[in-house]
Ligand binder design. Structure first.
Ligand code: S3P
Length: 442
């Protein structure tokens, strides 16, 4: 693959069914939890992306055997206390904040210092957000500038349960604490601002000692020491965050229809659907079912005739946190001014995404007002691009790349977009699916 792609033509309308790969959050959680089970866990439809392969590499370094054959991944769990901690261990979380942060929670009982490193993008991100609660358990953590990777964790054999207020709405922080709490005798209590709840659902499904009380804007989570984990055979549901690019493409086109099967519609992830519906898009969910604690459905979407602007309620922020870049494109085509606020977390992702969202829109000629935590987008239902646009130096953020591709295919113009390899972290066959839908990409 070249290190840039060129798109010169909009995509034609379509009426298709597509298959989107497995969910990234669930794939990484399955790998980590299975590594500590007593026995062999098997997964089908595990997302074969770099973030998930980095998780597999990480558990291998901790002495866990993993086999991948005929699209089935087998993890030979070593039991809750079975990690082989060695002196001088270094683990590379590559681009994955989820892997880095969740794994450190599990390393809280390591007798030796373990070093966690990451790629250029991950090495700029905030790891103090997990160091703070994990130190309260009694572990020793060192960070560069007390903020970023490389991080060194040396655990404790005398862990103490903690009480913690997680007020960022970060599922990574919450899950890291849940994992550490699962290694600690006594009751760990987390008051957590709403965020995706896959870890809690997997713990419940596996009958691990977790209790959850759902309040209006917080969840109260109690976790106790886990003694044993049963192996988990799992067919990873489809990733709604990956579907989002195709849902928005269909939204921005005329006369197109799209069906996607077996999508994870966990209510803590579906804020994109709520936002698009508020903007006038008709989206139907059918064949709803429950699968091992998660909700699944087939999604059907049809291009709308018109799009309304939105003053996006902030209680939808966490549930659409990975989808805002692509949602901004919808706002650019809506009638009226859309407003998104309290989004400072967005600048702490693989790239400063609020800034990148604004940058892409500006290059497209969209009027906007940007602050550190908000954006106002002046929509134009007749938006057409007739110029050259180049997207590069964006820290290889997969979602910046994919958003730019969708913008090129729906608004026109001549786009050169660098670093297509960035899709490997979350969605390796993204361009292939677009080509199957008729996109011309060279
Ligand atoms: C994730 C949580 C979110 C999200 C990330 C995946 C997870 O991050 O942006 O892509 O799997 O827990 P934060 O928890 O930092 O908001």
């Amino acid at each position: 693959m070249q290190n840039r792609i060129i798109i010169k033509k909009k995509i034609n309308h379509y009426n298709k069914k597509i298959i989107i790969p497995g969910d990234k959050s669930l794939s990484i959680r399955w790998v980590l939890i299975s590594s500590l089970a007593n026995g062999i866990s098997k997964a089908k439809n595990l997302l074969m992306s770099e973030d998930v392969l980095a998780a597999i590499q990480a558990i291998r370094k901790l002495g866990v055997k993993v086999k991948i054959n005929n699209k089935i991944c087998k993890v030979y769990g070593v039991g809750i206390d079975g990690y082989k901690y060695k002196r001088g261990l270094s683990i590379n979380a590559q681009n994955s904040g989820t892997l880095g942060r969740l794994l450190v929670g599990l390393l809280i009982n390591s007798p030796y210092p373990i070093k966690i490193i990451g790629d250029k993008s991950l090495s700029k991100r905030d790891f103090n957000r997990i160091a703070k609660p994990l130190r309260k358990f009694g572990a020793h953590l060192k960070l560069k500038n007390n903020y970023t990777l490389p991080l060194t964790i040396k655990g404790s054999q005398n862990l103490k349960p903690i009480r913690y207020l997680e007020d960022k709405g970060s599922a990574q922080v919450k899950s890291s604490i849940i994992f550490a709490g699962a290694r600690t005798y006594g009751r760990t209590l987390i008051k957590s601002k709403k965020s995706r709840d896959h870890t809690e659902r997997l713990f419940k499904y596996l009958k691990l000692p977790i209790k959850i009380k759902n309040k209006k804007s917080f969840d109260l989570i109690e976790i106790n020491k886990v003694k044993k984990i049963k192996p988990l055979n799992y067919k990873i549901p489809t990733d709604l965050s990956s579907c989002a690019f195709f849902i928005v493409l269909t939204t921005l086109l005329k006369n197109s229809k799209l069906t996607i099967k077996d999508v994870n519609i966990n209510p803590t992830r579906t804020a994109i659907l709520t936002i698009l519906r508020k903007m006038g898009v008709k989206i139907s969910l059918f064949n709803k079912k429950i699968y091992k604690g998660e909700q699944l459905a087939d999604i059907f979407i049809k291009s709308p005739k018109t799009l309304k602007s939105i003053n996006c309620p902030t209680n939808l922020n966490s549930g659409a946190i990975d989808e805002f870049l692509i949602i901004f494109l919808v706002a650019a085509k809506a009638k009226g001014i859309s407003y998104f606020k309290n989004l400072d977390e967005l600048n702490k992702k693989e790239s400063p995404r609020l800034k990148w969202g604004a940058k892409i829109l500006k290059m497209m000629g969209v009027k906007l007002i940007l602050t550190n935590s908000s954006i106002k987008i002046y929509g134009n239902p007749n938006l057409e691009i007739n110029k050259k646009i180049v997207i590069k130096n964006y820290l290889k953020d997969h979602r910046v790349f994919m958003t730019s591709v969708i913008a090129a295919l729906s608004f026109g113009g001549i786009w050169t977009i660098w670093d297509p390899h960035s899709t490997r972290t979350s969605f390796p066959n993204f361009l292939k699916i677009l080509k199957d839908l008729g996109a011309k990409i060279s």
